[in-house]
Design a binder for this molecule. Structure first.
Ligand code: CA
Length: 231
């Protein structure tokens, strides 16, 4: 397996170097950036698997950078962990709402950081393995390409399966129709955006029988989201 790449965005050099040292020792490939501008340049250069972003940066706050990365379709899939000296709950919430996948408060041990990074990467790339992903009894079995409720298979066409697989591996995020087209059909196929709605309807119908159609949520004016939470 190739080494996972982490980009560290932190202006304080001693901290940055300490983190880089710890991550290299844990087998990660590491790149460093000292502000948001150089982080952007580094991202264009080569896409890492995960970005560690310090909250306090000289040119832009780390939170703003995280938000900007999540808004940009080229970088929205990047896993992000925020580093911060703050420990307040409200900051944590702001960080997570800003698009970060996790949050770690300074001071932290290299071991703790590595554990967090591995956890986020596992969540970010579930289809690298043959994992089983489950939301309240609705299970995606990627090894057999089936969706199960208990021991019953949810009958799905291949497109509905791919769509549900994409949703279940990317929960809690809103995807516009054109993004779903890109991700589920692949960019080269010509499919009308309205076709998405047809497949969404079919998917909901298949899930309805098992009481899971509520997981496929319409977000008015935006698109669709998979969520096991209430709307
Ligand atoms: Ca800093």
């Amino acid at each position: 397996m190739t080494a996972k790449q982490v980009l560290i965005v932190e202006d304080e050099r001693p901290i940055r170097e300490m983190i880089a040292f710890g991550l290299k020792r844990a087998g990660f490939e590491v790149r460093e950036a000292e502000d948001c501008r150089s982080a952007r340049a580094a991202l264009v250069d080569k896409r890492p698997d995960l970005v560690l972003i310090d909250w306090m940066l000289p040119d832009m706050s780390g939170l703003e950078l995280a938000r900007a990365l999540k808004r940009d379709r080229d970088t929205r899939e990047l896993a992000i962990i925020m580093l911060t000296a703050r420990a307040e709950e409200s900051d944590k919430v702001a960080g997570l709402e800003g698009g970060a996948d996790d949050y770690i408060t300074k001071p932290f041990s290299p071991r703790e950081l590595v554990a967090r990074i591995n956890a986020v990467l596992r969540r970010a790339a579930p289809h690298n393995g043959e994992e089983r992903i489950e939301f309240e009894g609705l299970a995606l079995d990627q090894a057999s390409h089936r969706v199960l409720v208990g021991d019953k298979t949810v009958p799905l066409g291949p497109t509905e399966y791919r769509m549900l697989e994409f949703f279940m591996t990317h929960p809690e995020r809103v995807y516009k129709r054109d993004q779903l087209l890109d991700r589920v059909w692949g960019g080269n196929v010509y499919v009308e955006e309205r076709t998405i709605d047809v497949h969404i309807r079919r998917l909901r119908k298949a899930l309805e029988e098992f009481g899971y159609d509520r997981f496929i949520q319409t977000v008015r004016g935006s698109g669709y989201r998979f969520s096991a939470r209430a709307e």
